[in-house]
Design a protein around this ligand. Structure first.
Ligand code: AMP
Length: 395
C-alpha cells in the first residue's frame, strides 16, 4: 500500500475525496471550517510536490439533483483563503466540461468539483459514475474518514480504477493510527466513557470494548436503561425498555471479564425536559416518579473523574447529560476537564462522536486532548470491529 508520507505527486493529477460537508448560514457562508482545515495537509502536500488536486465531496442531503443551497461553490472562497491559492470550480462533478477542466490543470492547481450527491449514482456506488469521476486523473486519495463506512462511488468504488495508485490522505492516516493504537496497543489502565441518549446505538461498540478496556464508564441518558435493568427506580428518565436484557448482560459480561463498570451514583433531575425546568438531586437509582435524570450528579463526577485521572488510555464517546442546556452541562464539562488533565499527565485520549466533540469544543479543550476524531458514524463502526468499505478499498 502506498503511503502519502513518501509519495511524490509531482506531475500527477490527484482525485481527492475530502469531507467538505460544512455548515453554511443563510447567506451561504461557511460557519465552521474545521473539516476544510482537516483536509489542508493533504491538499498542500499535493500542490507543494508539484501535482494538481481535484477535490470532490458531498454537501448536505440533496434529494433530487442539483440544489443551489447545497452547491459546493459556496465553499470556494473559504478554501481559497485557507490555501492561499486560487481555486477553480467545476459546476458538474462529471462530464465533458469537467474533463476539460481536469486536463487543463497545471502543477499547483486546485479544482473543486460540484456536489457528488447531485447524482444518486454516488450513494448507490455506481461503477460507471465512479469511472467518470476517475477520468483524467492519475492517483486516488481518500481523506474523508467520515464517509469511509459507506460504499459510495467516490469513497470506495472509484478505487477500482486506480489499482496501484491509491492511498489515504493525512487525515485518514491519523484517524486510523489513533484508533488502532487504542484497539490494539493501549497503555493501561484503558478507560472507555460512553454517554449520549441511546443504548441501542452503542451496544456493538460496548461489546467490542469489553474485551479490551479496564474501566467502562456509562453516563448520559443511556445510563438509566442500565440502572433500571438492575432494579433501579428511574422515574421519567430515558429508558429503552427493549434493551433492558442487553444492558444487564453487558453488566454481567463486564464482571466476568474483570472490567470495572461505573454507572452514575447520583443525578441532577428535572421535572420536565426544559432549560427552565425545576431541578432536584437524587441517587440515580431513586429518581422520583415524574422526574427525569438529565445530568450526572456530584458523586458521579467525583468518581468518574478519579477513574479518568488514573487512566493511561481514554476513549470518550457521548455526553454525560443534556449538555446543550446550561443547567445540565456540568457533568459533561467536568468529564472533559478530567480527560484534559489525564492527557496532560501523559495519557492518550481519543474523543469521537459528534456530541462529545461539540462538548470538548464548547469547553475549549480540543487542543488539550490527544486526538479528536472527525468521523462519528465511521469511528463507531471501526471501533465495533467492522470493516469499513472505504478503508478496505485502499488497503
Ligand atoms: P447520542 O447522539 O446518542 O450520542 O446522544 C447525544 C444526545 O444525548 C445529546 O443531545 C444529549 O442532550 C442527550 N442526552 C444526554 N444525556 C441525556 C439524558 N440524561 N436525558 C436525555 N438526553 C440526554
Amino acid at each position: 500500500m502506498k503511503n502519502i508520507n513518501s509519495y511524490n505527486f509531482k506531475g500527477k493529477k490527484a482525485i481527492v475525496r475530502v469531507d467538505f460537508n460544512v455548515p453554511l448560514n443563510s447567506n451561504f457562508m461557511v460557519t465552521d471550517n474545521t473539516r476544510i482545515k482537516g483536509a489542508l495537509p493533504t491538499i498542500i502536500k499535493i500542490i507543494d510536490d508539484g501535482g494538481s488536486a481535484v477535490l470532490m465531496s458531498h454537501l448536505g442531503r440533496p434529494k433530487e439533483g442539483p440544489e443551489e443551497r447545497f452547491s459546493l461553490k459556496h465553499v470556494v472562497s473559504e478554501l481559497e483563503r485557507l490555501t492561499g491559492t486560487d481555486v477553480k470550480f467545476a459546476p458538474d462533478c462529471i462530464g465533458d466540461e469537467t474533463l476539460k477542466l481536469k486536463e487543463s490543470l497545471k502543477p499547483g492547481d486546485i479544482l473543486l468539483l460540484e456536489n457528488l450527491r447531485f447524482y444518486k449514482e454516488e450513494t448507490k456506488g455506481d461503477e460507471g459514475f465512479a469511472e467518470k469521476l476517475a477520468e483524467g486523473c492519475d492517483v486516488y486519495v481518500n481523506d474523508a474518514f467520515g464517509t469511509a463506512h459507506r460504499a459510495h462511488a467516490s469513497t470506495t468504488i472509484i478505487a477500482r480504477f486506480f489499482p496501484d495508485e491509491k492511498l489515504f490522505g493525512f487525515l485518514i492516516n491519523k484517524e486510523l493510527e489513533s484508533m488502532d493504537k487504542l484497539m490494539h496497543d493501549p497503555e493501561r489502565p484503558f478507560t472507555a466513557i460512553m454517554g449520549g441518549a441511546k443504548v441501542s446505538d452503542k451496544i456493538l461498540i460496548i461489546e467490542n470494548l469489553l474485551g479490551r478496556v479496564d474501566n467502562l464508564i456509562i453516563g448520559g441518558g443511556m445510563a438509566y436503561t442500565f440502572i433500571k435493568s438492575q432494579g433501579g427506580q428511574i422515574g421519567n428518565s430515558l429508558c429503552e425498555e427493549d434493551k433492558l436484557d442487553i444492558a444487564l448482560n453487558i453488566i454481567k459480561s463486564a464482571r466476568r471479564k474483570n472490567v470495572n463498570i461505573y454507572l452514575p451514583a447520583d443525578s441532577i433531575n428535572a421535572d420536565k425536559f426544559d432549560e427552565n425546568a425545576k431541578t432536584d438531586k437524587s441517587d440515580s437509582e431513586s429518581v422520583k416518579e415524574g422526574w427525569m435524570g438529565l445530568d450526572i450528579g456530584e458523586k458521579a463526577i467525583r468518581e468518574f473523574s478519579e477513574v479518568i485521572r488514573g487512566s493511561k488510555t481514554i476513549l470518550w464517546n457521548g455526553p454525560m447529560g443534556v449538555f446543550e442546556m446550561e443547567k445540565f452541562s456540568k457533568g459533561t464539562s467536568e468529564i472533559a476537564k478530567a480527560i484534559a488533565e489525564a492527557t496532560d499527565k501523559g495519557a492518550f485520549s481519543l474523543i469521537g462522536g459528534g456530541d462529545s466533540v461539540a462538548a470538548i469544543n464548547k469547553n475549549k479543550l480540543a487542543d488539550k486532548v490527544s486526538y479528536v476524531s472527525t468521523g462519528g458514524g465511521a469511528m463507531l463502526e471501526y471501533m465495533e470491529g467492522k470493516v469499513l468499505p472505504g478503508i478496505a478499498a485502499i488497503r
